[in-house]
Write a protein that binds this ligand. Structure first.
Ligand code: TYM
Length: 332
């Protein structure tokens, strides 16, 4: 089976509908055909300030949501980044191969640094993409399923792997980005031009996986649409309606054209009411299962530790090869 690697930052209490549709649903399908590694990027999360108690709790909560959404820790390797030391160790070596100018061109760094004020951004935020390259290369991943926003980081990963291989000899597999389809991109319910994101300015525009059914229903019923009144899919002219149809289509497993036909001549209220049911049918069980898993944190920690052992076997073999190739003295 081809090796696959991906992950998210455990930087909020709950994942949102964008993470669920854009990442978790495709990961769940891909784990059947791939030797999949999914991790919680807690070392990436601390590149911006995190409260330690909240970080630990959010790491467990995010792991529980992965499992509740269908990532099976006996099929896939589901682990926490900081529990596998090779991530930090490989990042150091890759840091020394990355040009300062090359790192300075990363658009996500520029965006995040601008938000924080350039001088208060950490060096960790600057080297974030290099740590990410190491994540992927440690597992010799063939494919990396991510959203469009991560494309530049995968390009850097490929460049660094190619550079290392040509300088020190064949070591890393060059990974292919597996950019998830545009239909997997979910937009903010209040501001349907921008993607649903943890850092959004409109709390009413984000559907959190762990929101209760009532809160979720309210957010959907209040979603921004338009004045035209027609239920047709047109991303440019009708971004709000297009977003609702996308969510409906993915979660209800109904083609968009069928939805357009079913709802022809009906109002947005009807569409939203039906969507509330479809969303609850998907998220309700995920929410319930997450809470069950969180009720036994010891068992959850045990699963993560066992999976970290599995990850560590693969990662430490790659790291040993890298250390040898760059000329580090073996410890006898
Ligand atoms: P992160 O935590 O920002 O996002 C996790 C995944 O969720 C997807 N996503 C969305 N998909 C559809 N609609 C949305 N509104 C939406 N919002 C987020 C993202 O595309 C992403 O796939 N740098 C990474 C974490 C990382 C990583 C890695 C990923 C660290 N090392 C190695 C892959 C491989 C990040 O910040 O993801």
């Amino acid at each position: 089976k081809p090796r696959l690697f991906s992950g998210m930052q455990p930087s909020a209490e709950s994942l949102h509908l964008g993470n669920y549709i854009g990442a978790l649903l495709s990961w769940k399908a891909l784990q059947e055909t791939h030797d999949a590694f999914f991790f919680l990027a807690d070392m990436h999360a601390i590149t911006v300030p995190q409260d330690p108690v909240a970080l630990r709790e959010n790491t467990r909560r995010t792991a529980a949501q992965y499992i509740a959404a269908g990532i099976d820790p006996s099929k896939s390797t589901l682990f926490v980044q900081s529990q596998v030391p090779a991530h930090a160790q490989l990042a150091w070596v890759l840091n020394t191969l990355t040009g300062f100018g090359e790192a300075s061109r990363m658009t996500q760094f520029k965006d995040k640094a601008a938000k924080q004020g350039a001088d208060s951004a950490s060096v960790g935020l600057f080297t974030y993409p290099i740590l990410q390259a190491g994540d992927i290369l440690l597992y010799q991943a063939a494919e990396v399923p991510v959203g469009e926003d991560q494309r530049q980081h995968i390009e850097l990963t490929r460049d660094l792997a190619t550079r290392f291989n040509s300088r020190f000899g064949e070591t890393f597999r060059i990974p292919e980005p597996y950019i998830l389809k545009e239909t997997a991109k979910i937009f903010d319910l209040q501001n349907p031009q921008s993607k649903m994101s943890k850092s959004s300015e409109s709390p009413a525009g984000i559907v959190w996986l762990l929101d209760d059914a009532k809160t979720t229903a309210k957010k959907i019923m209040r979603a921004v649409t338009d004045a035209d009144g027609q239920i047709i899919f047109d991303r440019d002219a009708k971004p709000g309606v297009a977003n609702l149809l996308t969510i409906f289509s993915v979660l209800g497993e109904i083609p968009i054209a069928t939805l357009e036909a079913d709802f022809a001549g009906r109002g947005y209220g009807d569409l939203k009411k039906a969507l509330v049911d479809v969303v609850e049918a998907s998220l309700g069980p995920v929410r319930a299962r997450t809470l069950e898993l969180l009720a036994d944190p010891t068992e959850l920690d045990r699963i993560l530790a066992a999976n970290a052992d599995r990850a560590n076997e693969v990662a430490s073999a790659t790291l040993a090869d890298v250390y040898d190739k760059v000329g580090f003295l073996p410890r006898s």
